[in-house]
Design a protein around this ligand. Structure first.
Ligand code: GLC
Ligand code: MG
Length: 248
């Protein structure tokens, strides 16, 4: 057994099956103590919503946190985002201009204030409207010279973030910092904002059995033997995937 870098989304990936989570945590915690395996959560949640879930589900303290869809990285329990990462996201990002352009789209319903972050502007957008609105919005943002990326998840959440940012690129940042090769890194997810985790490189990937259609569609269109589609749901699917790749 050797140490590995374990990266997981929270909602409907790590969290969703309490019994399976207890078993997974038991295995992971022992692995962390014995071999120096690192645990990273990569979520769309803001610090506030992350703390709520952490309390509610009694989540283990991770070695690093990727919050707000990859736009904020926190290491060693720090409450201040990693400044080297923030500096990489700043060039070409203009939050006020992004907000100004989005006001022309009445279909976009702003998410709560807690989810509006320095490098993330978020809305609710119904799936039926998304097909038409997203390309229009993307083109308007581009015409204004903005270097941004639109990430749509779970048929409702739309995040606008800097082009250089997503969960996958945040993982690369940590992987290089901690010197883990891609083959010793495993990423786990269930929805649209997790696609970047799987698409960024050749990290081992576990798609939980309850994955959303947008991730399943991406997986079907981009099959790879280093991605595993689990049968079990949530933490049960993660356990299945970790065993499949020989990490546990
Ligand atoms: C989380 C965040 C939300 C975001 C969504 C998808 O639910 O709270 O702001 O839009 O993840 O990334
Ligand atoms: Mg999720």
């Amino acid at each position: 057994m050797a140490k590995f870098l374990f990266v997981t989304d929270l909602d409907n990936t790590l969290v969703g099956d309490d019994n399976a989570l207890i078993e997974l945590y038991d295995r992971l915690q022992k692995h962390r103590e014995e071999y120096g395996t690192k645990i990273v959560y990569a979520t769309g949640r803001s610090p506030i919503l992350y703390q709520e879930l952490k309390k509610e589900k009694n989540l283990l303290d991770p070695d690093a946190l990727i919050l707000a869809v990859g736009t904020e990285i926190y290491t060693n329990g720090s409450h201040t985002p990693d400044s080297a990462w923030s500096e990489e996201l700043s060039p070409g990002w203009n939050r006020n201009l992004v907000v100004a352009i989005t006001t022309h789209f009445s279909e976009l319903v702003p998410q709560p204030d807690s989810e509006q972050r320095p490098f993330k502007v978020s809305f609710f957008l119904e799936q039926t409207k998304a097909v038409k609105i997203i390309p229009q919005l993307e083109s308007d943002l581009q015409k204004s010279g903005l270097n941004v990326k639109l990430i749509y998840s779970s048929g409702i959440d739309l995040d606008i973030v800097p082009r250089s940012s997503d969960k996958g690129q945040a993982v690369q940042f940590l992987r290089q910092k901690w010197k883990f090769v891609a083959e010793k890194t495993v990423v786990c997810g269930d929805s649209g904002n997790d696609i970047a985790l799987f698409a960024v490189g050749v990290e081992r990937g576990v798609i939980v059995g309850n994955a959303r259609p947008e991730l399943l569609q991406w997986h079907n269109e981009n099959p790879a033997d280093y991605h595993y589609l689990a049968k079990d749901f949530c933490a049960g699917g993660i356990l299945e995937g970790l065993k499949h790749f020989g990490f546990l």
